[in-house]
Design a protein around this ligand. Sequence first.
Ligand SMILES: *[C@@H]1O[C@H](CO)[C@@H](O)[C@H](O)[C@H]1NC(C)=O
Ligand SMILES: CC(=O)N[C@H]1CO[C@H](CO)[C@@H](O)[C@@H]1O
Length: 363
Amino acid sequence: MGYSCFVFSAFVMLLVASSHGARVGLFNNDVNHGETFISWDDMKVDEHKLARVSSRVDYNQSRIIVVDKNGGGDSVTVQGAIDMVPEGNKQRVKIYILPGIYREKVIVPRCKPYISFIGNEGLMSNTIISWNDKASDKDSNGCELGTYKSATVTIESDYFCATDITFENTVVAAPGEYGMQAVALRISGDKAMFYKVKVVGSQDTLLDETGSHYFYKCHIQGSVDFIFGRSRSLYQDCVLQSTAKRYGAIAAHHRDSPNDNTGFSFVNCIISGTGKIYLGRAWGNYSRAIYSNCYFDDIITPAGWSDWNYPVRQKTAVFGEFQCRGSGADTRGRVPWSKKLSYQEAKPFLDMKFIDGEQWLRL
Ligand SMILES: *[C@@H]1O[C@H](CO)[C@@H](O)[C@H](O)[C@H]1NC(C)=O
Ligand SMILES: CC(=O)N[C@H]1CO[C@H](CO)[C@@H](O)[C@@H]1O
């Protein structure tokens, strides 16, 4: 990773030096504000400042890079904007993406922290990053991509945030069909926030891979295991939209030890669409998923939870519901090894403390 990052950024430096000489000065990394947290300012741009290229700095000296597919900004692609950010970046860089469908695969490498993606305020469907790779597609060497590399947008760096934008993978999986896993968003960086972001796919939509993440007022759509990975994440006030035909599942959380602090906590979310679907499937012995104060449409399979055909996991998986409502929330048909939580049991999962938010979120 380090090597490819180095080579890549050396190439970018050349590119920047030749075609954007005047803008190199925008990235004076001498100043480190030490802002090791994410705030609302990081998800806003002062649009008045955008008119003059020479002063594209924003609140707290954040840099702004404008992406306009029609050529009116600093880059016509999202990846082009990321390429302008220096390796080892130490300050917030806001990538402001004008409305349109950006058909590209995007990677924010590990060595570029503090990046924001910002779309049109209040209009998350206007700015769309879209691609259509699936697990069984081949790379240039003829090897199958696999699920992880199918992602349309991959975020490897820490302190990433995004708002008012859609991440999409347009592959539609038919149940049981080989190699149809198709990730729209893959997040492996630590400490990330997604606010009013839409993630649209079918099988394996959102790879919530590793780290602590906060999804607030997001819309996540898919059919099978459409939120999966090893992260510790809070999904608050989100809509989880199932497009499953007969069978599907929302959360496939992967946890191998009772000592891992990871898990998916869904708080005050709405689950709707088509089904029937499982609330979760046990990927790993200690898989953990909790739904609290959520509304479930009549699309939840009565058993609620699956052991992934490993009955041994019934003893150790941590699957719980707390005060959910709606016709899908009737727990009478649930597998006996899932839990109906008391307030005391649910409490650690109910707010940002679950993700140590007080250490890295200032909202
Ligand atoms: C899961 O539990 C089973 C039964 O205890 C054990 O054999 C297996 O090694 C465990 N898997 C992992 C990854 O720890
Ligand atoms: C994130 C951050 O540091 N925000 C600060 C930006 O500057 C304003 C004042 O101009 C502060 O109020 C914010 O806290």
